[in-house]
Design a protein around this ligand. Structure first.
Ligand SMILES: NC(=O)c1ccc[n+]([C@@H]2O[C@H](COP(=O)([O-])OP(=O)(O)OC[C@H]3O[C@@H](n4cnc5c(N)ncnc54)[C@H](O)[C@@H]3O)[C@@H](O)[C@H]2O)c1
Length: 296
């Protein structure tokens, strides 16, 4: 008698072990051979998106709400946060604005408490709030360096600290974190000394969180965008290239292999994938989305 026959007659109800594995690996809900449509649904999930009053965070918040999540729009800019919450409500989604200064741990903790009071739990944190700074080492003033680190690095620490505490305490336990890093944390971008250092730290925090909570139902990944046309880019063009804004903008488009900067709505679907159940096997990853910039 062959091994397969023998296995069939053992304890798997007439099925081979492989047939059983195929069925159980689909959580027992599907019949063998059934094809599942991938939809990245996050229905009923409760999400905090930091810095969601503008740019990439705004698009992530709008997409998450369209996919069924309740979204907290956390931002230091109250008016911008309220505006995005209003846009989402007008599209039929569930969102509320929340005052959040990521540089302040108490503010992060209050935000998480406020979300749990309204939504019962916190399933998703997107650490998106961030600021830019152009300059090489000697051009970077200590105050500017400290301010950048306070938002881009300590802000991620504060929000993740508050969120992971909640994710471990709630029932069922767990959650998903997505950090918005940058390719500037992976490769040297000219005159991005402090910014690159801050995003390198975000990548490192992503990996640490992913490993430290891998057994506790928490996944953590980061997205490394290239240059994305948002108010962030407008503001550094005004601040650092005031005499040649349009010329520099054209150079920014031209230096991308795809011939243009990215758009915030092109980053949001990657965040959606990472927080969805389809990404259950993805943790500690750095997902590059840069129009080919780092491929050459
Ligand atoms: N735009 C790009 O080219 C690009 C590229 C790579 C990575 N990123 C990163 O993506 C993220 C979002 O960038 P964006 O382009 O959408 O920027 P943006 O300037 O359009 O939006 C950033 C938002 O963060 C908020 N914010 C700033 N400080 C805050 C604080 N202390 N607490 C809470 N909110 C605060 C701002 O009010 C704003 O609404 C940032 O982390 C940025 O570093 C951007």
């Amino acid at each position: 008698m062959g091994i397969l026959r023998r296995e069939r007659e053992q304890s798997w109800g007439g099925k081979t072990r492989n047939e059983c594995l195929r069925l159980t690996s689909t959580a027992g809900r599907r019949e063998a051979g059934e094809v599942r449509r991938i939809v990245f649904k996050i229905d009923g999930k409760v999400a905090l998106i930091t810095g969601a009053g503008s740019g990439i965070g705004r698009e992530i918040a709008r997409l998450f709400a369209r996919q069924g999540a309740t979204v907290a729009i956390g931002d230091v800019n109250d008016e911008a946060a309220a505006g995005v919450a209003g846009e989402i409500a007008a599209e039929g989604g569930a969102a509320f604005a929340l005052r959040l200064d990521v540089t302040d741990l108490t503010s992060a903790e209050e935000a998480v408490r406020g979300i749990v009071a309204r939504g019962g739990r916190l399933d998703i944190l997107v650490n998106n709030a961030g600021i830019g700074l152009v300059g090489n080492l000697t051009e970077t003033a200590p105050d500017d360096f400290a301010r950048l680190m306070a938002v881009n690095v300590i802000g991620v620490y504060h929000c993740a600290h508050a969120a992971v505490g909640q994710m471990l305490a709630q029932e069922p336990k767990g959650g998903v974190i997505v950090n918005i890093a940058s390719i500037a944390g992976q490769v040297a971008v000219a005159r991005r000394f402090a910014y690159g250092a801050s995003k390198g730290a975000v990548i490192s925090m992503t990996q640490s969180i992913a490993m430290d909570y891998v057994d506790q139902g928490i996944r953590c990944n980061c997205i490394c965008p290239g240059t994305v046309e948002t108010p962030f880019v407008d503001s550094y063009l005004r601040r650092f290239h005031a005499d040649a804004i349009e010329e520099t903008r054209a150079q920014l488009h031209a230096r991308q292999p795809l011939g243009r900067m990215g758009r915030p709505e092109e980053i949001a679907p990657l965040a959606l994938y990472l927080v969805s159940d389809e990404a259950a096997y993805v943790t500690g990853a750095q997902m590059v989305i840069d129009g080919g910039l780092t491929a050459r």
